[in-house]
Design a protein around this ligand. Structure first.
Ligand SMILES: *[C@@H]1O[C@H](CO)[C@@H](O)[C@H](O)[C@H]1NC(C)=O
Ligand SMILES: *[C@@H]1O[C@H](CO)[C@@H](O)[C@H](O)[C@H]1NC(C)=O
Ligand SMILES: *[C@@H]1O[C@H](CO)[C@@H](O)[C@H](O)[C@H]1NC(C)=O
Ligand SMILES: *[C@@H]1O[C@H](CO)[C@@H](O)[C@H](O)[C@H]1NC(C)=O
Ligand SMILES: *[C@@H]1O[C@H](CO)[C@@H](O)[C@H](O)[C@H]1NC(C)=O
Ligand SMILES: *[C@@H]1O[C@H](CO)[C@@H](O)[C@H](O)[C@H]1NC(C)=O
Ligand SMILES: *[C@@H]1O[C@H](CO)[C@@H](O)[C@H](O)[C@H]1NC(C)=O
Ligand SMILES: *[C@@H]1O[C@H](CO)[C@@H](O)[C@H](O)[C@H]1NC(C)=O
Ligand SMILES: *[C@@H]1O[C@H](CO)[C@@H](O)[C@H](O)[C@H]1NC(C)=O
Length: 663
């Protein structure tokens, strides 16, 4: 979380409007926009969406949710210089759904696209909030740049579409309690040569893997009341030896006494207490904690007292590391080889685009995955609301968190027919800055298992020095407790902890035969690099045309995948076949985990375990559960609790009658 008192240097200072008459909240004219495909939750959203407390790791008692119907105006370049203070903007918009979504009610309307936008809502500070406290305005995420005005005064600027930010608005508030909040948003996505972190968004939708963009406010907006000196950020980790490492950041940078109380799970009984000072990390040890595993994701509630500020938080005790077992580099959870297996999880929704219609909808996907024994999600070039990571902590998912990628390529600047991957040093510097924001925002969730810096070669420099080397060092310096996947797939220059292969549809995971698709000079057709962990970072992608009424496009030509089957039976035959190949590569070679493409269909990409509308589960869940169990059993056979003699007795080390040597 960042506190932004200063205004953007480039923004001309706005004159204070003489008299601003705050409007009343008015939801009478909101209705859901034209919807391409709905989900079981679309009709349950109403005008009070995402009412849950939005920041479970740093929770306080006085807060107010600002989600609901705001006013909206599509704007044009230059409009930031003349904000429409005091006017009532024409259109309703349902916050926190991005402007392109049907749930926003805007559904992309506007002559200039959603590149420039105005949002407006009244702010009333609850009368029971302590009057000497400060009022903080929090945004979960606004894509891409937000300029925040309170009562006609510029209060903050934030850049980065995936990251939370907070503004101390106390100096801008009216004494009589009614105020106007106005937000100007600029989101170019991939307009012209713009190259900013966008993940799978594009203004020019088309092809199999590019989807509708998301512009504007897309996560919860809320107010909280805090003592003027308060905790501004809390970093917390806890390991398998019971060591807890706490850093309390103070809003005033003071060094003040901090008291930590850890409770027994689901109990008021105190497990441990400790004290330290704000501003510097302090470490203490808790005896015999129950460790966090995907199968038993034990969490501990924590209370932190700092001056007159008290916050609730939580943690899980676990250690992530790697080492060689039988000559093969393995990822470890609490000192044991863990085989992370799960889907590429893109987090797109036909009704909310980047925002699930509700927390129940969000948890539905995870519930389905849990039922078939999946222990991991690769959160693909997107960042989710805090409640998603809390759900992963509670339900027991390892999260491989990708940095949202830059667009993968741009036309040759010199008018040639070639493409370049990175526009220039400014784009690289901004990517690096936002990568640090990602790590700082998510590093204290127990479920985070690994960080991915680059997806394939998207936005990666094409000549040395390879950026993933210093960026791997940066990530490790910000978070030494996780593994780093420097480049997931394709153009690998051997940085980081994983040698990650993307190969559709069949896996080639830690195998001596390894043909990376589209790989660069160093990576091309090489065998698996034994100094790192062999990961199948993407495979599968088996598709099937959804039944009529369950697809984003009606045109069959726009429904595609890496491989299409013609029936659910065929789909399950092929997925079983590929999971069995991954299992075999785990038994025979150096495969240490796999990422299946993907949780759900997304727009024209029809290869989900579940359809895009979440109404049909393609999986034969019994079969999938058997297959994931077989994967984990194969991994267990390769752990160091099994010696070579036992291993030989369990595994038939032959493929098609040919004996395969001990890896
Ligand atoms: C609410 O909006 C409707 C439709 O635009 C309008 O007719 C009505 O006057 C508004 N009410 C208030 C209190 O602003
Ligand atoms: C919905 O579709 C209809 C018919 O195509 C169109 O007239 C209307 O403007 C659309 N509404 C929105 C909010 O896009
Ligand atoms: C509240 O105070 C502001 C200035 O402090 C003023 O412009 C506004 O009219 C007042 N609103 C009401 C409802 O009194
Ligand atoms: C505690 O965490 C900080 C970073 O937040 C780190 O610099 C420090 O080394 C850690 N201390 C221990 C003993 O792990
Ligand atoms: C606290 O320290 C940070 C980093 O040095 C600085 O940016 C910030 O302005 C300081 N805040 C206060 C209130 O002094
Ligand atoms: C943490 O506290 C909340 C609120 O009291 C409670 O609902 C939850 O069950 C607790 N969780 C654990 C792991 O103790
Ligand atoms: C797929 O099914 C459709 C309708 O049942 C049939 O017309 C088509 O020939 C099938 N395609 C293949 C490749 O089997
Ligand atoms: C699902 O898989 C199980 C296990 O192989 C099998 O027994 C069952 O018949 C399958 N169900 C369907 C509907 O194909
Ligand atoms: C392997 O384990 C088996 C069963 O515990 C034991 O009998 C055997 O001596 C072990 N072999 C080696 C080489 O350690």
């Amino acid at each position: 979380m960042l506190f932004l008192g200063a205004t953007a240097a480039w923004l001309a200072s706005c004159t204070l409007a003489a008299s601003i008459v705050p409007r009343q909240n008015n939801d009478t004219d909101y209705k859901i926009g034209n919807i391409t495909l709905d989900t079981p939750w679309t009709s349950t959203v109403g005008t009070n969406p995402w009412p849950e407390y939005p920041r479970p790791r740093l929770q306080r008692s006085y807060w107010k949710n600002l989600n609901g119907v705001w006013r909206y105006r599509n704007a044009a370049e230059g409009d930031l210089g003349s904000p429409p203070f005091g006017e009532t903007l024409e259109d309703p918009v349902l916050v926190p759904f991005c402007l392109e979504s049907a749930l926003s009610g805007v559904t992309g309307k506007g002559p200039n696209g959603r590149i420039y936008s105005w949002y407006q809502t009244p702010l009333e500070i609850p009368s029971d909030w302590p009057s000497d406290n400060s009022v903080i305005l929090n945004f979960g995420a606004v894509d891409y740049e937000a300029t925040v005005f309170i009562n006609g005064r510029n209060a903050a600027f934030h850049r980065g579409g995936y990251f939370e930010f907070s503004v101390d608005i106390t100096p801008y508030l009216n004494a009589n309690g009614t105020n106007e909040l106005m937000v100007h948003v600029y989101d170019p996505t991939d307009q012209g040569r713009t190259q900013i972190p966008i993940g799978k968004q594009t203004l020019n939708r088309g092809g199999m893997i590019w989807y509708t963009p998301c512009s504007g406010i897309w996560q919860t907006v809320w107010l909280e009341s805090v003592p003027s000196e308060h905790i501004s950020k809390l970093d917390l980790s806890a390991d398998m030896d019971g060591k807890v490492n706490v850093t309390v950041h103070s809003s005033t940078n003071s060094s003040t006494l901090v008291k930590v109380t850890i409770y027994e799970p689901h109990s008021q009984n105190v497990k441990a207490t400790a004290t330290g000072s704000s501003g510097t990390p302090f470490v203490f040890t808790v005896s015999d904690p129950d460790l966090w595993y995907p199968d038993s994701p034990t969490l501990y509630n924590i209370t932190i007292k700092f001056g007159s500020d008290t916050v609730q938080s939580y943690t899980g005790f676990r250690t992530i590391s790697r080492r060689a077992i039988g000559g093969v580099q393995r990822p470890l959870l609490n000192g044991k080889f863990i085989f992370p297996f799960g889907p590429l999880d893109q987090g797109f929704w036909p009704d909310g685009i980047y925002t699930p219609p509700s927390v129940e909808a969000m948890r539905f996907d995870l519930d389905v995955l849990k039922r078939v024994g999946i222990n991991m999600v690769r959160k693909h070039i997107k960042v989710e609301p805090a409640l998603y990571y809390k759900a992963c902590d509670e339900m027991g998912f390892l999260v491989i968190q990708d940095m949202p990628s830059l667009r993968p390529d741009l036309p040759d600047k010199n008018g040639g027919c070639g493409i370049i991957r990175l526009e220039g040093p400014n784009e690289q510097a901004e990517f690096n800055r936002q990568l640090a924001l990602l790590i700082e925002q998510l590093k204290s969730y127990p479920s985070i298992f690994a960080w991915t810096i680059y997806n394939e070669e998207w936005g990666q420099a094409t000549s040395p020095p390879w950026p993933e080397y210093p960026l791997t060092d940066l990530v490790r310096s910000l978070d030494p407790t996780r593994l780093v996947n420097a480049v997931s797939g394709w153009t690998d220059h051997r940085a980081g902890d994983f040698d990650d292969n993307h190969h559709y549809s069949t896996p080639q995971c830690g195998t001596p035969f390894w043909s990376t698709q589209g790989s660069g000079p160093e990576g091309s057709d090489s065998a698996y690099d034994k100094s790192r962990i062999g990961l199948q970072g993407e495979f599968g992608g088996i598709g099937q045309y959804p039944p009529k009424g369950h697809s984003w496009y009606t045109d069959l030509n726009r429904q595609t995948s890496y491989e299409l089957t013609n029936s659910t039976e065929d789909w399950n035959y092929r997925t079983h076949d590929l999971l069995n190949q991954l299992r075999e590569q785990t038994d025979l070679f150096s495969c240490s985990g796999g990422v299946w493409t993907q949780t759900t269909d997304v727009e024209g990409e029809v290869n989900g375990l579940i359809t895009y509308d979440r109404r049909i589960i393609r999986m034969n869940e019994t079969l999938w559960k058997q297959d994931t169990t077989a994967l984990y059993e194969a991994a267990a056979r390769r752990s160091d609790t099994v010696n070579a003699t036992q291993y030989a007795a369990i595994v038939d080390r032959s493929v098609d009658g040919i004996q395969v040597g001990m890896p």
